[in-house]
Design a protein around this ligand. Structure first.
Ligand code: F6P
Length: 335
């Protein structure tokens, strides 16, 4: 459960706001949209849903939402508003255009649900133009500074686990070694959590480089300890999906013949877990509280069970680090 701050509405409470989802989608974006819409209506604020992230914003593709617009979406994966990676938004002239679109409709605040690239766009939009923004951490990767948890991470971990438990059955039957690639661009949060939860023999994360020789050495040691010849190694995708195939080729040169299974976008879909639904709903509603209380240029996340804000510039400047001790613990558990 989350501790929700008791914020008071200020004189600058907006009369109309908009909400969009941006970047890679994540399970829980729908309950987050629902939270924003229902909380805004409760405060007597008009709320617009922008289609296709910043791409839709630039061309004014948005519609006013009412309570019924978000009925029956709390359990649905993906995002009702659709999402996009909008490279054009890197251009200040395009951001100016987006701000003009919002102003023309009398919209004073924008809630952006997305990952670090999307939150960077939100920060620049408010720095350069007279539009208030609130960010929410929406990504399965959990790689955002200022929050312990991101919307979609828990579901993605469970989706990967579901698949790996099945892979484990066939790995055991055939005494196969599997390299299972999970998402998490440049970050090992998904890999570490999934690795611990599925009892992986080894976890390979971009934060901790490891050579093919060391992998073989470790596996040989495990075999000597009578751990059987099947196994699951969870590999974080790193900078580019599919690199696990390359790792398998390196292992081939050391007389190992692992099978590769790339879980890919399956991890981004599916019904959000109960945890993600609660997190997203609370963050969505809190985004409106923060706008009403006069906050701007912050992301709302959760730290130590408390809903709290972090300036967007910090989110851009600082990296969230994978906990060393958690990673070490994971290694210890499958020794
Ligand atoms: O949303 C983040 C993420 O899930 C990364 O883990 C992954 O590398 C990336 O999206 C892939 O997204 P796309 O195929 O949409 O570019």
């Amino acid at each position: 459960m989350y501790e929700i701050p008791n914020l008071q509405s200020s004189d600058s409470k907006p009369s109309a706001i908009a909400v969009l989802t941006s970047g890679g989608d994540s399970p829980g974006m729908n309950p987050a949209i629902r939270g924003v819409v229902r909380a805004a209506l409760h405060q007597g604020i008009k709320v617009y849903g922008v289609n296709k992230g910043y791409s839709g914003l630039i061309i004014g593709d948005m519609a006013e939402m009412d309570s019924a617009s978000v009925t029956n979406i709390v359990q649905r994966g993906g995002t009702l508003l659709k999402s996009d990676r909008c490279l054009a938004f890197k251009d200040p002239a395009v951001r100016y255009q987006a701000a003009e679109v919002l102003k023309e409709k009398g919209i004073e605040g924008l809630v952006v649900i997305g990952g670090d690239g999307s939150l960077t766009g939100a920060h620049l939009l408010t720095q350069e133009n007279d539009i208030k923004v609130i960010g929410l951490p929406g990504t399965i990767d959990n790689d955002i500074y200022g929050t312990d948890d991101t919307i979609g991470f828990d579901t993605a971990v469970n989706t990967a686990l579901d698949a790996i438990d099945k892979i484990r059955d066939t790995a055991l039957s055939h005494e196969n070694l599997f390299l299972v690639e999970v998402m998490g661009r440049n970050s090992g949060f998904i890999a570490t959590h999934v690795g611990i939860a599925c009892g992986a023999e080894m976890i390979i994360a971009p934060e901790y480089e490891i050579q093919a020789e060391s992998i073989c050495f470790q596996l040989a040691n495990n075999r000597l300890q009578g751990k059987g010849s099947s196994g699951i190694i969870v590999v974080a995708e790193g900078p580019k999906p599919g690199l696990t195939t390359h790792l398998a080729k390196q292992l081939n040169q050391h007389q190992l013949d692992p099978k590769v299974c790339i879980l890919g976008h399956i991890q981004r879909g599916g019904s959000p877990s109960g945890h993600d639904r609660v997190l997203a709903s609370c963050l969505g509603a809190s985004a409106v509280d923060y706008l009403c209380a006069g906050f701007n240029d912050v992301m709302i996340g959760v730290r130590n069970g408390k809903i709290t804000e972090t300036p967007l510039h910090q989110i851009i400047e600082k990296n969230k680090k994978l906990d060393n001790r958690l990673f070490e613990r994971a290694q210890l558990l499958h020794k």
